[in-house]
Design a protein around this ligand. Structure first.
Ligand code: ATP
Length: 200
């Protein structure tokens, strides 16, 4: 199976692109979703996070207060490392299990922080979703109702557009409208089917 690692900056259009691939029948394994699942109530992931960061990271309903945790680790590299040491092996293990159950020509692993230290092993091609910074800000602000400054801070903490593009094997340019985006997704889908056929 051809394994595609899909990445891109905040608000670049990763989820929209994944939905497009999924509509064409491609399986998607989303690292963000897996990251949420490994800290659901009752998991050993949640127990370990609370042991490390304290009960104050729990919301009223017993779920992890992800915003609070994010706030704590965003500006503190050592806390972030501790959190990553707990979560990354679990996320990886769960993604590997899902991969092993799949039977498809290619699979998309959506890993937002792939180039900021995410898993690279086993990935055949890096697919970058690219957009202008002004578009990332406008789209993310509109969706999340976050301020421009908040989105800019996230962009500054992420890999630069130039570095991301130079690490890419394939690029989907989300600088136009949704129709142009979907057209590129279809082209890329066909390309991956061809590459997968050549690989096997
Ligand atoms: P995040 O990193 O924050 O999870 P993302 O990269 O997954 O974001 P999306 O959620 O796919 O990005 O897109 C951000 C917002 O922009 C969404 O509301 C989406 O519907 C919208 N959007 C994406 N692409 C386009 C486009 N080409 N034209 C207009 N709106 C778009």
């Amino acid at each position: 199976m051809l394994i595609i690692g899909l990445t891109g900056g905040i608000g670049s259009g990763k989820s929209t692109v994944c939905n497009g691939f999924a509509a064409l029948g491609a399986p998607i394994i989303d690292a963000d979703l897996v990251a949420r699942e490994v800290v659901m109530p009752g998991t050993s992931g949640l127990t370990q996070v609370i042991h490390q960061f304290g009960k104050e990271m729990l919301a009223q309903d017993g779920t992890l207060d992800r915003d609070k945790l994010r706030e704590q680790v965003f500006s503190d590299a050592s806390s972030r490392k501790k959190l990553e040491a707990i979560l990354h092996p679990m996320i990886r293990e769960e993604m590997d299990q899902r991969l092993s159950r799949l039977d498809a020509p290619y699979v998309i692993l959506a890993i937002p922080l792939l180039l900021e230290g995410g898993r690279r092993e086993g990935i055949d091609r890096v697919l970058v979703v690219d957009a202008d910074e002004s578009q990332q800000i406008a789209r993310a602000c509109q969706r999340d109702h976050q301020s421009k400054a908040q989105i800019q801070a996230v962009i500054a903490a992420q890999c630069s557009r130039k570095d991301r593009l130079s690490a890419a094997d394939d690029v989907i340019y989300n600088t136009g409208d949704l129709e142009q985006l979907n057209h590129q997704v279809t082209e890329m889908h066909n390309r991956y089917l061809r590459l997968a056929a050549n690989k096997s």
